[in-house]
Design a protein around this ligand. Sequence first.
Ligand SMILES: *Cc1c(COP(=O)(O)O)cnc(C)c1O
Length: 379
Amino acid sequence: MVSKTPLSLPVFNGNENLYTQQAIASGQIATSGKFINRFEVKLSKRLKTHESVALNSGTSALHLAMVLFGIEPGDEVICQSFTFCASANPIVYLGAKPIFVDSEKDTWNICPDLLEDTILSRIAKGKKPKAIVLVHLFGMPAKMKEILDISTKYNIPVLEDAAEAIGSKYQDRDCGTFGQIGVYSFNGNKIITAGGGGALISNDTSVIQHARHLSTQAREDLPFYHHLEIGYNYKMNNLSAAVGLAQLEQLDNCVKSRRAVNQRYRTMLKDFPGINFQTESIESKSNYWLTTILVDQEKTGFSNKQLKQALSNRGIESRYLWKPLHTQPIFNNTAYYGGNMSEKLFAKGLCLPSSANLTLQNQEMIVEVIHEELSKTFK
Ligand SMILES: *Cc1c(COP(=O)(O)O)cnc(C)c1O
């Protein structure tokens, strides 16, 4: 059955048509053309202190970032366990070993205390981790101050997987700009999209230049094809950049709308027993890419699974939270530090429809289904 209320849809009410037509008219839809540069300039301007390279996915941006960090076979890289597999897969591409760390209960992101324990434990075992991959899950900023203090104390660089968090802020600064390298995704289901795409950002011009070079097969500036390094075919194409630029122009509007959707859910479910939300600290502002709830079955009388089914029966799409990577078959026998926080979140959580153009009517219907489930339980 086609879902009447999808989880998350892009909204195209800006210059998407105009720019793609211009890109096609220019005859350049591949990896050269003016929209790639315009996209990068627009993104860099927004970030003020940082420059950006437009790439063909968030995953390739993460991979390049790890190449730039010099991750090599046998190295260890710390990674938040509660995330999408793309945060950790590039560690494996490079022959290195992920070391997974559990989340804390407020933001659901990597727990700073466990992070420090992990670093100390790995050093004691004879290997200092080469990098820390942290994620701002569903757009919610991680505890950056605490994490950056640890990164500085042990001199381990941070790779900020801000794939879900473009437009989120921490201490009034854009998420993605705190680590040595930050990464965004412009995949189709993210808060803004380029069809498919990603970006690597840094405030170090030499890192950006190197990333750009590696993303185009590391081709030297010579009249013939000459290569001094192994490169990648990771650059964004001009057609995607045309869509991406138009979407970037709408980013603030999208964040505003998604935050409004989130606020309405909170208000509507305020007095509902056993439904809880991810929480912002006073220093953070989430883009609320997806509104996520925890269903406490002891209080609601129904589980996240039952609620998912009830919503689905009414044509409403919802989705479980990310299944922690330390519980994934592909990461069997991978070191893990923590308790069962992320597993508990996964067991209780549900992502609710969060499109920027979700109507009030649709949202009321979603809340109504939740109320119906409750009344069924206590009938
Ligand atoms: C979407 C996502 C990615 C990967 O981005 P793609 O553009 O799909 O390759 C990486 N990390 C997280 C946390 C994501 O949500």
